[in-house]
Design a protein around this ligand. Structure first.
Ligand SMILES: [Fe+2]
Length: 355
């Protein structure tokens, strides 16, 4: 039996979910695999950050415990100083081109920076792999050269009329999903470069014009776009380009998914990374684009016209939910991947995508 004092961060995170509805002393003890003695004092000794622990006595003589957030408590969560700034309105304007330019500060002084797309988290789904994601958040926090962006379906956000009766597959109610997600990513709020919704956020957008991801971004000053995003990142005097979409396809084969991710290459100019989520799979491919460039020498007079070969990456990003016991297994889909891929930008100006 482990003691509450030795509980790890991920154990406490599990309590966030578990105590979103009231639980008795014995239920909590069983859930955590600990003894019931002194549980009250031990629980009140834990740091639930902006969630507050409440207790009440019931007729059986046991205590009930539950966690509740207070809206004003979000203001207590401070965003660590960012090492970058951007040109884009936080409030998207109708008809505005979804273009984002990010400028990294010279203090981001590494041989490379790594950007990880976080897509299809489905926070609140019973199959969400919280242990793995908490480890990932810790890894992003610990590495100063690692940044991320949110690529849609961050919240499970299942409604009564969602396909396949998905409302019953939720471990956390939709209204509790944003505050619990905030607790989870609070350590890396300075590292989230931008966000866009997926079809799961789209469920409440369609019904009520409310996107929980939009309000998350509003709270913490994160650039938000409600459509695929064109991004240029300037770092170490180099420009790196991305086109990121959540994706919308029912493709079940590797080829079909890859083709959907690659489709924007037919209507966009040369772009280094094309990123797509939605299909919960991991596929990375690259191809060469032969580009015209004009090289201008320092005296400003001599120009040289050149053809150069540039690598272009098509990246399909996995999700974060388990396969067995979820709709993917029930429907007989190909086993899904979990986690994310990495986009590496080097100080030399070179770049690559890797698993
Ligand atoms: Fe999706």
């Amino acid at each position: 039996m482990k003691e509450v004092q030795t509980m790890k961060k991920k154990d406490i995170q599990k309590l966030y979910d578990f105590l979103s509805a009231p639980k008795t002393t014995s239920q909590i003890a069983t859930h955590l695999g600990i003894k019931t003695e002194n549980l009250h004092n031990l629980l009140f000794g834990l740091d639930f950050k902006s969630l507050n622990l409440f207790s009440s006595r019931i007729l059986s003589g046991e205590n009930l415990y539950f966690l509740k957030s207070q809206i004003e408590s979000f203001s207590k969560i401070e965003v660590p100083p960012r090492a970058w700034y951007y040109t884009a309105p936080i409030l998207p304007e109708p008809g505005k081109i979804p273009y984002l330019r990010i400028q990294f500060l010279p203090s981001v002084d590494f041989k490379k920076i790594t950007i990880v797309p976080i897509s299809d988290l489905h926070y609140g789904h019973e199959g969400f792999n919280d242990d793995k994601f908490i480890e990932y958040v810790d890894w992003i926090k610990a590495n100063k050269n690692v940044f991320c962006f949110l690529n849609g379906d961050i919240f499970e956000n299942a409604h009564p009329d969602s396909p396949g009766g998905a409302i019953f597959d939720q471990r956390v109610r939709p209204k509790h999903q944003p505050p619990m997600f905030i607790e989870m990513v609070a350590p890396i709020l300075d590292k989230i470069l931008w966000a866009q919704p997926g079809n799961h956020e789209g469920r409440s957008i369609k019904k009520a014009d409310i996107d929980p991801l939009f309000w998350f971004c509003q709270l913490f000053g994160i650039p938000y776009f409600d459509q695929p995003i064109y991004v240029d990142i300037n770092w170490k005097e180099h420009d790196f380009s991305l086109f990121c979409q959540h994706g919308s396809t029912g493709a079940l084969t590797e080829g079909g998914k890859f083709n959907m991710a690659a489709r924007p290459t037919s209507w966009t100019d040369f772009t280094m990374f094309y990123v797509m989520g939605h299909v919960h799979d991991e596929i990375t491919g690259s191809s060469i684009r032969r580009c015209r460039i004009v090289k201008q020498f320092k005296n400003g007079k001599v120009r040289e016209y050149m053809l150069v070969d540039r690598e272009q990456y098509i990246v399909v990003v996995p999700g974060w939910i388990e396969y067995w016991g979820t709709y993917a297994a029930r429907k007989g889909y190909h086993p899904t991947s979990q986690g994310t891929v990495a986009l590496h930008l080097r100080s030399s100006g070179s770049y690559e995508a890797s698993s």
